[in-house]
Design a protein around this ligand. Structure first.
Ligand code: ADP
Length: 168
């Protein structure tokens, strides 16, 4: 049985991530979507919020998809989950430098690691969590970038933030 890990911030999950996950399930027996806890990135959603949103979206894919979170080194998480395959999405040439650097660092930490890159669909290639957050926080429509319940959660956060801004 091959288990692959798709690590990321998923702050929040977008249609681009969902597509990569759906395609990964066709390639591997088990896919673990691993939410990286990285407080330095100043996330909009907490780890439990992100995990819950991803779980709710991926329920329909069945038991072969799991959602977990981790902090620390990815290679340690891979060893814990008995996987040596990392899935990453590639949007544009701008992703390439960072992604190959990460893949090489992980390989130097643990030679058994293989990073598999899936090229983003053209229609998703300009979607990023950070752009989606910006659009939502300024009151824009994110319906074509994220699943409906995530759009709702973004609108709620935008309202909370707006309220806080008005108070201060
Ligand atoms: P990270 O902080 O690890 O880059 P992200 O949540 O931004 O976390 O991205 C996780 C993975 O999903 C990365 O491999 C990224 O390239 C990929 N990804 C992000 N957005 C898209 C998209 N629109 N289409 C395909 N892959 C994407």
């Amino acid at each position: 049985m091959t288990t692959a890990v798709f690590p990321g911030s998923f702050d929040p999950l977008t249609n681009g991530h969902v597509d990569i996950i759906e395609r990964s399930v066709r390639l591997f027996d088990r896919v673990i979507v691993a939410v990286v806890s990285n407080p330095e990135k100043n996330p909009l959603f907490s780890i439990p919020e992100r995990e819950a949103m991803i779980r709710s979206e991926l329920k329909r894919l069945g038991k072969r998809v799991e959602v977990r979170s981790f902090s620390g080194l990815l290679v340690e998480f891979l060893k814990q989950t008995r996987s040596s395959i990392v899935i990453r999405g590639l949007r544009a040439i701008s992703d390439y430098d960072y992604e190959t650097q990460m893949a090489l660092v992980n390989k130097s930490l643990w030679d058994q690691v293989e990073t598999v890159f899936l090229v983003a669909r053209e229609e998703n290639s300009y979607i990023s969590s950070s752009l989606v957050k910006q659009v939502a926080l300024y009151g824009g429509d994110v319906a074509s970038f994220v699943p409906p319940h995530i759009g709702k959660a973004l609108r709620k956060k935008a309202k909370e933030r707006g309220g806080r801004r008005k108070q201060s």
